[in-house]
Ligand binder design. Sequence first.
Ligand SMILES: [Cu+2]
Length: 240
Amino acid sequence: MSSKRTAFATLLGVAALALFADPVLAQGYDSTTEALIQSLNTQLLYMAIPITVLVEGILIYTVWKYRNNDDPKPTKENRRLEISWTIATALVLLVVGYASYGVMANEYVSQASGEIEPADSNAVTVDVYGQKYLWEFNYTGQNVTTTGTLVLPKGQDVILRITSRDWLHSFHVPELGLKQDALPGQYETIKTKPTETGTYQLYCAEYCGVGHSKMLGEVRVVSQQEYQNWLDEQQGNSSS
Ligand SMILES: [Cu+2]
């Protein structure tokens, strides 16, 4: 019994650790969105590993112990054991639910679909159009439109309003933790904040026709100053 208790205590300890781990350790991540998703992934992994080891350990032990048993008997009722594993399971599920909700409900992970935030004046807002077989970016209020390359400033909130000009596409930048379907006739909103400069691959993640595999783009995250210069340059070009 005491070894079982130790196992359950270990499980609970891990659960408690996961509960108090900071979900927004943005260091080493390329965006707030990626930080949230990856840290949730890590927390769930740290919970799943001991559970897997425990279950597989009991399985292997049982198979080995009763390998020569020609007269198997059903398990007798063991109320303490049953109560223990019911409580342990409930706690594990509660922690998974709590940790997941904290991330899924975060504004950097789930924006209400179609919700527009013009009041969020600090954010860079870009309308993203998917079409066979390219991505177009329209910077709200800046009179700047680009194709294939999305330039964003580091350390500033970004709101992407994603839609499609023909049929289904999906805006997917794995390294920034961004993925959102592009649907004709409606806007889906992503909010994020890039935290590292760099160039990130953009894919279409919804099979959309013969050119699907070439429906690529690039997200370039640059410093605030570089972004401002780039914007001025684009505006200079478009007015000439
Ligand atoms: Cu596509």
